[in-house]
Every structure is written in structure tokens, then in C-alpha cells.
Design a binder for this molecule. Structure first.
Ligand SMILES: [Zn+2]
Length: 259
């Protein structure tokens, strides 16, 4: 009996040797449980990362031999520590958890591990973990995002009113949630919150050459940064389908990638 699944946790033990091979790709989604302003739910990053990963692996999993792990819900969200309801791991805890995941994945026949990260606050640490796991367990490790975060050089939304600063609960993220979980979005309390003074800076800005440590309440008490008022479910659908397409393309390159 073969379980018709691409979710690793749904296999029975003997199926690992039968179905997981050296060319298999393990996909680990990472979300977050953190405040997303007054209009979006705490699980926004978890929903987006899980849904895009599920849809992508459903599409290309058989052809590319991908296996989906359950999403990691709690991650490094300390920029939202001020907001009760945010549940976060410290940097040292998350690094230790990622090491444990790598150690466990390394017992599989698979050699490639892809972190699919829905929360920008994790990216720097995931980059560190990628190298640690490469050295320690010999895995070939990758980091992908549903959409490249604006504060890490991502293009950001097409909404010019965001001034390139739709980094948290803005047009794109709110659109995605209007597509994926419309019943959990309250557009009646969505407001534009963009730190306009920063747009004049050439270097010290989100995604600029000079980074800075920030907390989400540094930009006002609401906790989101961007313009959710321009969000639509149609835009969310297009973003979602675009993310699935580009993650599928990326996984094809991961499959062919050798070191
Ligand atoms: Zn988010």
C-alpha cells in the first residue's frame, strides 16, 4: 500500500526507504504568530507560507520529488514582542530548532532542504542556518520566500502610495489574505501607515544600503507598515498564483542544483 501524499508526515515508516530518495527535496515552511495591525490575523505569515507551499508541492511535487514538512508556526517575531498575542522564539532558540530540523532531515535519504519563509524577520537567521547545516550535516540548503521582503531588496507592491515601504500588513499581504482568508480580514479598520519621512533617504531606509534595527511599534501604535486600504482579493489571487509559479520554477532549479 502506497500513501498518495507529498506530505512527509503522512508516510508510514517503511515508506521512507521506498519513496524518499537521494534526489528528493524536503520543503520546510516557516510562518509566524505575530500581530499584523488591526485588520489582519496573527497567523497571516503562517497562512501565506503554508498555502503557497502546499499549492506548489501539489503542482510540482511528483515531477521534482518534493516532500512537504508541517509548517513551523512559531519563529523569530521579536519586533512584535510589544503586542500581546504574538508568540515568538528567540534567535538562539530558533537557530537551535533549525539545527534540530536539519539533523533530523539528514537521517532521510534526501540531501536537499528548502526553507520556505513567510516572515521577513527570520530571513537573516535562516541564511546563517543554511551554512551551519551545510557544514554540519552535509545537506544542500536553500532559502525561498513567497514574496521577496521589501526590506531585503524585494520590489514591493505596485501601489506607489506605499513609497516602497509595504513591509508588514500592507497592500500585498492584505490582498493575499483577502484571497486566502477573507473571513479573517477586517477592512473597516484598515488604515494607511507609511513612515513618509524615510522616503527622502537614499541609504538609510528599508532595503537601502544601510540597515537598521526596528520594532514594529517604532512607526506608530497600530503595528502595520504600509497601505492596506489599496488591497483587493483579485490582487491577492494574482500574487498567490505568481508565488506558486515562481516557487515551482525555483524548485526545478533546486532539483538540478549540485555542489
Ligand atoms: Zn506578515
Amino acid at each position: 500500500m502506497t500513501t498518495p501524499t507529498r506530505r512527509l508526515a503522512e508516510l508510514r515508516a517503511p515508506e521512507v526507504a521506498e519513496r524518499v530518495s537521494e534526489r528528493s527535496i524536503i520543503v520546510q515552511p516557516l510562518g509566524a504568530v505575530e500581530q499584523h495591525g488591526p485588520h489582519l490575523p496573527f497567523d497571516t505569515d503562517l497562512v501565506v507560507a503554508s498555502e503557497v507551499a502546499e499549492a506548489t508541492v501539489a503542482e510540482v511535487g511528483d515531477a521534482l520529488d518534493c516532500w512537504l514538512l508541517p509548517p513551523l508556526a512559531y519563529t523569530k517575531s521579536n519586533e512584535h514582542a510589544w503586542s500581546s498575542g504574538t508568540v515568538w522564539l528567540s534567535a538562539t532558540t530558533l537557530l537551535a530548532v533549525l539545527d534540530d530540523i536539519g539533523r533530523s532531515v539528514a537521517t532521510l535519504p534526501a540531501r536537499k532542504l528548502v526553507f520556505f519563509n513567510g516572515h521577513g524577520g527570520n530571513s537573516a537567521l535562516l541564511g546563517v542556518a543554511n551554512r551551519e547545516l551545510r557544514l554540519k550535516y552535509g545537506l544542500i540548503t536553500f532559502l525561498a520566500h513567497p514574496g521577496m521582503p521589501v526590506d531585503q531588496g524585494g520590489a514591493g507592491s505596485a501601489n506607489a502610495d506605499e513609497l516602497g515601504m509595504g513591509i508588514h500588513g500592507g497592500t500585498d499581504e492584505t490582498s493575499l489574505m483577502l484571497h486566502l482568508r477573507p473571513e479573517h480580514v477586517d477592512m473597516s479598520v484598515a488604515t494607511r501607515n507609511v513612515p513618509e519621512w524615510m522616503a527622502a533617504n537614499r541609504h538609510v531606509r528599508f532595503g537601502g544600503r544601510v540597515g537598521f534595527g526596528w520594532l514594529s511599534n517604532d512607526f506608530g501604535p497600530d503595528g502595520h507598515i504600509g497601505d492596506p486600504t489599496a488591497a483587493t482579493a483579485q490582487r491577492g489571487k494574482e500574487l498567490f498564483e505568481g508565488s506558486v509559479r515562481s516557487f515551482g520554477e525555483a524548485l526545478a532549479e533546486v532539483a538540478a542544483f549540485e555542489l
